[in-house]
Design a protein around this ligand. Structure first.
Ligand SMILES: [Zn+2]
Ligand SMILES: [Zn+2]
Length: 166
């Protein structure tokens, strides 16, 4: 499966690689495999649904990371019959919508919450209190708070611009 790594996925993997608390490389490897499995489950993937020339159902093959990948697979294998690329809905996203998912873009970054935006009441133009039972979150946290501290280059740019305008 060909997938393009996303910045937050890369960050999560780096966090594991830099975590000094693992007792052995095997433990770290297990953590990585679990994390990456979780990431793949969060993606909307595609499958190939195949029908033989006779009209009989073929196999459902996949998942693939993208339509182009599924198409090039079909071309290479040339089974005959017809194949349709069908998007499959991410079970991880559905689960995250149901249960919440901490430290994941799109979900509340409050470590005690992690619930979807639509679980939070509207408060003016932003989202406020989470109304899930047993959740104490008072305000939807849209962005990763740990990412904010790393936005220094942007601040520098702004400052430099200010100087130039003088
Ligand atoms: Zn919540
Ligand atoms: Zn929240």
């Amino acid at each position: 499966m060909r997938i393009t790594p996303r910045a937050y996925e890369t960050k999560k993997v780096v966090d594991i690689l830099e975590d000094p608390t693992f007792d052995s490389p095997e433990q770290m490897a297990k953590a990585l495999i679990k994390e990456i499995g979780d990431m793949i489950q969060m993606r909307d993937l595609v499958v190939l649904v195949h029908t033989w020339e006779s009209g009989h159902k073929g196999l459902n093959i996949g998942p693939f990371g993208a339509v182009a990948e599924a198409e090039s697979f079909a071309k290479k294998m040339s089974f005959g019959g017809t194949a349709k690329v069908v998007p499959i809905t991410s079970s991880g996203v559905l689960l995250a919508n149901h249960d919440g998912k901490t430290s994941w873009p799109g979900y509340c970054w409050n470590p005690d919450c992690g619930h979807a935006p639509f679980n939070h009441a509207m408060d003016g133009s932003s989202r406020g209190k989470c109304h899930r039972v047993d959740c104490s979150c008072e305000r939807f946290v849209k962005d990763d708070p740990s990412a904010k501290t790393k936005k220094k280059p942007a601040a520098k740019k702004g400052a430099a611009k200010g100087v130039n305008e003088l």
